[in-house]
Write a protein that binds this ligand. Structure first.
Ligand SMILES: Cc1cc2nc3c(=O)[nH]c(=O)nc-3n(C[C@H](O)[C@H](O)[C@H](O)COP(=O)(O)OP(=O)(O)OC[C@H]3O[C@@H](n4cnc5c(N)ncnc54)[C@H](O)[C@@H]3O)c2cc1C
Length: 211
């Protein structure tokens, strides 16, 4: 029985040595692919792609509310048009590079809205709120924070079923359901969404309707 037990140990060691090497190679490959993809995107989108060597990199990578989610992305995309998001997602999918999306950055869970060795898409520029009197609908950027949304709608003497803490982002709260001070009357925040605009890798921008 003893030799068998010893053999098992040796085999286990060999297995773990092989898988450790394979894992190291895989990480190196992803890291290289991510850096290359970031360079390609920088050439395409210019200042909307922030590299680790750029001045604003650290401030952007550490913008998340909790330090548990401060990471080191290969680059940070700060798109300002839906087409920019499509371009980033397209490049990431083609090169098999992981990416993360951040709205208000208030999730404290590591890697929820930040990433190591991959692309962080920061929605900061999608921060507009507009109101259409004819339809009665507000169009709200997924990178907005609730204080900006309420301030914009105040001008119309209106409000929206939204978050209770002003600094939290529209994107994460809405996609997570969203509990509002008005939920007793009107349901969750997500219950009040009529359309989502969803940029895809293919440059096709469908409007997904809840109705
Ligand atoms: C101080 C504080 C107060 C809070 N108050 C409330 C409250 O009143 N009501 C309530 O319901 N919740 C509340 N929460 C919880 C909060 O809703 C969640 O933490 C939510 O995820 C935060 O949204 P965010 O956009 O700021 O977060 P982020 O960290 O940016 O995003 C959270 C998740 O959503 C994803 N995501 C964000 N934007 C997009 C997008 N455009 N497309 C695809 N995925 C996206 C991210 O990838 C991430 O996985 C609170 C949290 C904190 C820390």
């Amino acid at each position: 029985m003893v030799p068998v037990a010893l053999l098992s140990v040796v085999l286990a060691s060999l297995c773990s040595a092989v898988s450790a090497n394979a894992a190291t190679t895989a990480v190196a490959n992803v890291s290289h692919a991510a850096s290359t993809t970031c360079e390609v995107l920088k050439a395409l989108l210019g200042s909307k792609i922030v590299l680790p060597t750029d001045c604003s990199y650290t401030q952007l990578s550490d913008e998340n509310w909790s330090q548990t989610t401060w990471e080191h992305p290969s680059c940070i995309a700060v798109p300002s048009r839906a087409e920019d998001i499509s371009a980033v997602v397209d490049a990431a999918v083609v090169a098999n590079v992981p990416f993360a999306i951040r709205s208000g950055g208030h999730s404290p869970n590591p890697f929820d809205a930040n990433i190591n060795t991959g692309i962080l898409i920061a929605m900061d520029n999608f921060s507009q709120t507009t109101y259409d009197e004819t339809t009665g609908l507000a169009t709200i950027g997924m990178g907005s924070r609730w204080d900006a949304v309420y301030t914009a709608l105040d001008q119309h003497n209106l409000t929206v079923v939204g978050g209770r803490v002003m600094d939290v982002g529209v994107g994460g709260l809405t996609l997570g359901g969203g509990l509002s001070y008005l939920s007793d009357l009107y349901g969750l925040v997500c219950d009040n969404v009529v359309n989502y605009e969803v940029p895809c890798a293919s440059f096709y921008l469908p409007i997904m309707s809840a109705y």
